[in-house]
Design a protein around this ligand. Structure first.
Ligand SMILES: [Zn+2]
Length: 154
């Protein structure tokens, strides 16, 4: 909970909007998907951005690349191309059990986490002699942090 700038009331967060995906790209040499995803916490009442957090993305794709190379009998140092078609959704969860697994009954002792979940496909392409290979693989990854780690915007 934080105070909404527009109406000055304590407001809940609208967790139904989409995170902002910044320059998410595939680095086939580094075997990673890189970029940043910014999640904003927006007031339910007026739609004001109250807090935000920018996640650095470095999702490892070495097993996907190794499987593609093995399947198509490509050398480990084969030249590949990758293309992403990914979508991000905002996620939220409340930790309502303590570290001993007992339920936490008081709301203010519960911890709320916000983050993102990315899903979609990565298309890998390679050429060997006159042959070309292409395959779409599914990609999913996610991350979140406790609401208190979000940056207050004012
Ligand atoms: Zn408001």
């Amino acid at each position: 909970m934080a105070r909404c700038q527009s109406c000055n009331k304590f407001a809940g967060y609208d967790d139904s909007h989409e995170p902002e995906v910044d320059d998410l790209e595939v680095d086939v040499v580094g075997e990673e998907i890189l970029g940043a995803i910014c999640v904003a916490l927006i007031s339910e009442c007026c739609g004001d951005v109250m807090k935000e957090y920018s996640f650095d993305v470095n999702h490892n794709i070495s097993s996907e690349i190794a499987a593609f190379c093995k399947k198509n009998k490509l050398a480990d140092n084969a030249e590949l191309e990758g293309e992403l078609s990914l979508e991000a959704e905002m996620t939220s969860r409340t930790q309502n059990k303590d570290r001993h697994g007992k339920p936490i009954k008081t709301f203010r002792y519960m911890k709320t986490f916000y983050g993102f979940s990315v899903s979609g496909t990565m298309t890998l392409r390679a050429e060997k002699g006159k042959k070309s290979f292409e395959e779409e693989v599914e990609i999913t990854f996610d991350d979140d942090v406790q609401a208190s780690n979000f940056e207050e915007l004012y």
